[in-house]
Design a protein around this ligand. Structure first.
Ligand SMILES: Cc1ncc(COP(=O)(O)O)c(C=O)c1O
Length: 481
């Protein structure tokens, strides 16, 4: 494979220091098994501070609710509890976890599909409930009335908006109500004034497009006016998550690689992937068809910078930048970043179990981990792992396929052949970096009774970095050791 077909990951801060000590990482894997997750809780707080700075620049108030679903680590959630952030929980389990980590109910936003138990605990502890439907609001009002609880603050989450001529939200969502349903929802809230208090309006869009989000934010502003006109006093707009991460160190890597993927799909070059998988691209009569179904692994604009750009966006309908519109109305701006807050907050180590040359000449490296333990492929992110050879002399670069430990044909950690600086040997480690957002434990499970990753928390300590088991980490850990 061409020597420049690499997708080098972006690594900085403490993660760089951690990777500089492969001997120690190898000892950790020997002691705690493969795969092994490392999380860096204090980086989460630093990422939140970058979002805070955007709020300050625009003189906006509001809360950053970390979307818990991105990672199950207790260390991350506990460290966050020591900051000014809130947390967005999308299940009863996540809500209980947040409470046990030190969050009080008033700092919690309950989102996603909710069953009765989840609604009850959210109401009991005074969390904000981002309502997915009118039925959910009715159920919540019933719980509050039945148990004599304090009124619950609710957000109306929208999944689509009406606009003159064109539909604003291009992708249909199974969550939230349509803006056309707003009058009915306000009627319902009117009937439950004793149980529910309208805090504001919300959306979460799974898109990288600023334009789409700006239109949804406009839709929320319009809905706020409608609610005010009906005698409610909403004060906040929640624009969800989706601020994104830039995973790759170099834009050229991404451009070169995706161009060659297209050429491979057209048969103009040898395949880059297992059985010439096209990631959505295919050749039809010599023409490239389909669309690349990949996360844009290299992004010019991500995280707090993406929020800044969105806020500076001029609303076409309302004639001023979105930040100005929020400020003029004295609305709080709430956000729910998951992936962006976990940027550079972790990595996953996997031990090489076997290296085999197939009859085709392809080299298959089997790892003591599988595609659910490290679910980058599932999330359509292409990014090379780093080889941590602990023992041997450097050798020639080698293109290899990375297979997992499940007895399943499609258990590849990535369908691409990845170019490693040398052929690995059993016992070497591969480090998959930047896995803390969705890739380390979102999909991991006990399939085939293979070992599930332990998680350790890593923190700056005298002379470098210290670590402890995830469950033993509490804020201030580094100061004490
Ligand atoms: C309601 C809601 N908020 C926030 C998020 C977090 O999104 P991201 O991790 O892309 O920031 C999600 C992700 O699915 C979500 O469903």
């Amino acid at each position: 494979m061409d020597a420049d077909l690499v997708l080098r990951p972006r690594v900085d801060g403490l993660l760089t220091e951690v990777l500089a000590d492969p001997g120690r990482l190898s000892e950790l894997v020997q002691a705690l098994g493969s795969p092994l997750n490392l999380v860096l809780p204090q980086r989460l707080a630093e990422n939140a501070a970058a979002f805070d700075a955007v709020y300050e620049r625009h003189r906006l108030s509001g809360t950053i609710y970390f979307a818990h679903k991105a990672n199950r680590s207790s260390a991350l959630v506990r460290e966050l509890a020591a900051t000014g952030c809130g947390i967005d929980v999308a299940s009863l389990g996540e809500l209980r976890h947040a409470l046990a980590a030190g969050f009080t109910g008033d700092r919690i936003m309950a989102t996603g599909p909710k069953d009765t138990e989840f609604l009850w605990l959210a109401a009991r502890v005074g969390a904000v409930v981002s309502a997915d439907s009118a039925q959910e609001l009715s159920a919540l009002a019933g719980i509050v009335a039945r148990f004599g609880l304090d009124p619950v603050r609710v957000m109306i989450r929208f999944g689509g908006f009406d606009s003159p001529g064109v539909p604003i939200l291009s992708r249909p969502s199974r969550f939230g109500v349509h803006s056309g349903e707003l009058p009915g929802v306000l009627d319902l809230l009117e009937n439950h004034r004793k149980e529910l208090r309208l805090l504001g309006t919300a959306f979460h869009l799974d898109t990288t497009g600023i334009e789409e989000k700006a239109l949804a934010l406009e839709g929320c502003l319009v809905a706020m006016s409608a609610a005010l006109a009906r005698g409610f006093a909403p004060t906040a707009i929640d624009i969800g998550g989706g601020f994104g991460v830039n995973y790759l160190a170099a834009r050229q890597d991404w451009e070169r690689y995706t161009t060659e993927l297209g050429r491979a799909a057209l048969g103009q070059r040898p395949p880059l992937t297992w059985q010439n998988h096209g990631y959505g691209l295919r050749a039809e009569g010599g023409t490239l068809r389909g669309a690349l179904g990949l996360y844009p692994a290299h992004r010019r604009l991500a995280g707090a910078d993406y929020l800044a750009e969105l806020l500076a966006h001029e609303s076409a309908a309302l004639g001023r930048p979105l930040a100005t519109l929020l400020l003029e109305n004295l609305y709080d701006l709430h956000i729910e970043p998951g992936r962006a807050l976990t940027d550079q907050c972790g990595l996953t180590l996997a031990r090489v179990a076997e290296v085999r040359t197939l009859h085709t000449g392809d080299v298959l490296v089997r790892l003591a981990a599988n595609s659910r333990d490290i679910s980058i492929e599932d999330h359509a992110v292409l990014m090379d792992p780093l080889l941590l050879p602990v023992r041997r002399e450097p050798g020639a670069p080698a293109a290899v396929y990375l297979g997992g430990n499940l007895c399943l044909e499609d258990d590849f950690l990535t369908r691409r052949a990845v170019l490693l600086p040398q052929l690995p040997a059993p016992g070497d480690l591969l480090a998959f970096v930047n896995t803390a957002g969705y890739f380390m434990d979102f999909a991991a499970g006990p399939a085939l009774m293979q070992p599930q990753a332990r998680t350790v928390a890593v923190y700056p300590a005298a002379g470098g970095w210290g670590w402890c088991l995830d469950e033993q980490y509490w804020p201030g850990k580094g100061d004490r050791s």
